[in-house]
Design a protein around this ligand. Structure first.
Ligand code: ZN
Length: 58
């Protein structure tokens, strides 16, 4: 069984996750597992978020 990794921001499919790795992902607090989709952020949105957070705290 595979899970899709999807960006919660731009809905881009980032990749697939093997079932054995899902337990590991559940420990990752940036991930939301819904059905067979793991919502996270793609590197591009992650970067944008970091930039936004940085400017927010300045
Ligand atoms: Zn994205």
């Amino acid at each position: 069984m595979y899970m899709f990794k999807v960006c919660r921001c731009c809905d881009a499919i980032i990749g697939e996750i093997e079932f054995e790795n899902i337990q590991k992902l559940k420990a990752d607090k940036t991930m939301d597992l819904i059905g067979n989709v793991a919502y996270t952020l793609c590197p591009r949105c992650m970067k944008e978020l970091e930039i936004n957070q940085r400017s927010f705290y300045q």
